[in-house]
Ligand binder design. Sequence first.
Ligand SMILES: [Zn+2]
Length: 142
Amino acid sequence: MSANKKRCGNCGQTMERQTVGTLHWKDFRNLELLTPLQLLKCTSCGEVGYFAGEVSLIDKAAESTLQTVTTHLIEKILAEHHCSQVELANRLGITETHLSHLKSGRKILGFQTFNFLKTLALGKDAFEKASPSIPLKKLMAG
Ligand SMILES: [Zn+2]
């Protein structure tokens, strides 16, 4: 088999090089890449495959996507809710230092924090509801 073909570890069919826009990466089950990659994909079951030398390429694409989107979401939330980084960090349950590292792209976040950021950026009242000062009893009543 050439360097562009591999057998699928899932179903045994042939994998061929194709444009792949969505990846399983770390705890992200369906990470949509801002820039799709040419990777091996099973012609039958859709399983994505790659050679050992391509791992860093995949990491780079996933990290670059997350950095770009995370910075955008944080800036959007800070501007639209007129809140400070401390307030946003409190809602996310992370330190302000960690938030500032995420905003500058120095650190990559996990799926849970990323999903929470998306919710806060898109939901009109999600930001208010995520306030740590909201009494739990009030949430139980609603
Ligand atoms: Zn397959």
